[in-house]
Design a protein around this ligand. Structure first.
Ligand code: FAD
Length: 262
């Protein structure tokens, strides 16, 4: 099936806290963009510099995934929040310096990634790359929902005002050095006091968080498949294609362990 590529322009940028940039994209190509995909993702296409073309792949661009924070079908505006982690990757580099009027191509969207509405207790865990999707999830929970959100941010200033049910507690965990790992977040996750008879776990972030969460949620808590979303959004020391390879290898090893019980 042909991939629908949409050509958009940046119409607004805004710094959120210290390490995030909200970027608004607009264009007529959004006229058939589906509604209600917030928390799902789009893939942005960053043209490779000419000397890099053909090095690891035949594609002339790098693809990176970003969560749909909001979409306004009337104004044809798509809003994405970018963690700025420096110039080492094409997405963060682009987001750091982007200006109104700049162009970008996107593919997608992928489906919304929302916690089941049927759970009686929710656990959200993630770092700043997962914050846009967790924020959407919290906004969409029913007002009487109960739960806990463990949110790792790089600095106090990165705290965001979240629209959420009063029964969902938010714990902010400051990690100024995410490239040294997320041990405080993993510790907080390991110490969670689970509640409810039908809990839902929504967890995404760095590779080590996903590795720990898979063991805890799938194997120790044995949550059913439709009561969890566990995903790796990035990996220390690996670009996005490298992260995907590591993620696939971990999932394969996990399945083999499960079959052969080693
Ligand atoms: C479904 C999905 C949704 C996502 N949504 C968002 C979102 O809404 N907002 C958002 O900011 N990110 C989001 N991410 C994560 C984002 O796609 C990755 O962080 C991606 O690697 C960034 O691409 P890059 O070109 O900047 O860096 P890459 O070229 O992929 O990597 C270059 C270097 O940067 C490092 N790096 C990558 N990500 C980070 C990071 N977060 N912190 C520190 N170092 C990093 C890598 O380890 C590598 O050494 C999402 C990922 C997925 C899979």
């Amino acid at each position: 099936m042909a991939i629908n590529i949409r050509k958009l322009k940046v119409t607004d940028t805004k710094i959120l806290g210290s390490n995030m940039k909200r970027i608004t994209l607009h264009g007529d190509d959004l006229s058939d963009f589906p509604e209600n995909q917030e928390s799902g993702y789009v893939k942005l296409r960053f043209p490779k510099v000419s000397e890099d073309i053909g090095k690891n792949t035949k594609k002339p661009f790098d693809l990176r995934s970003y969560t749909i924070r909001s979409f306004d079908p009337e104004r044809l505006e798509l809003v994405l929040d970018f963690l700025l982690h420096g110039d080492s990757g094409p997405a963060s580099k682009w987001a750091s310096s982007v200006e109104r009027g700049d162009s970008i191509e996107i593919a997608g969207p992928g489906p919304a990634i929302l916690a089941s509405p049927d759970a009686d207790w929710y656990l959200f865990t993630g770092d700043m790359t997962a914050l846009p999707a967790i924020a959407v999830n919290l906004e969409k929970l029913s007002p009487e929902s109960q739960g806990l959100a463990l949110l790792e941010i790089n600095s106090l200033e990165d705290k965001q005002e979240l629209i959420k049910p009063s029964g969902v507690e938010v714990k902010w965990i400051i990690n100024p050095e995410p490239l040294n790992g997320c041990s405080d977040l993993i510790n907080a996750l390991s110490e969670v006091e689970w509640k409810g008879n039908n809990p839902y776990a929504w967890i995404a972030g760095e590779f080590e968080l996903m590795r720990f969460a898979r063991q805890l949620i799938k194997h120790e808590k044995s949550l059913p498949k439709d009561s969890m979303y566990l995903s790796c959004y990035w990996k220390i020391g690996a670009d996005d294609p490298g992260m995907k390879k590591a993620k696939a290898a971990l999932i394969l090893l996990d399945s083999l362990k499960n079959i052969f019980k080693f």
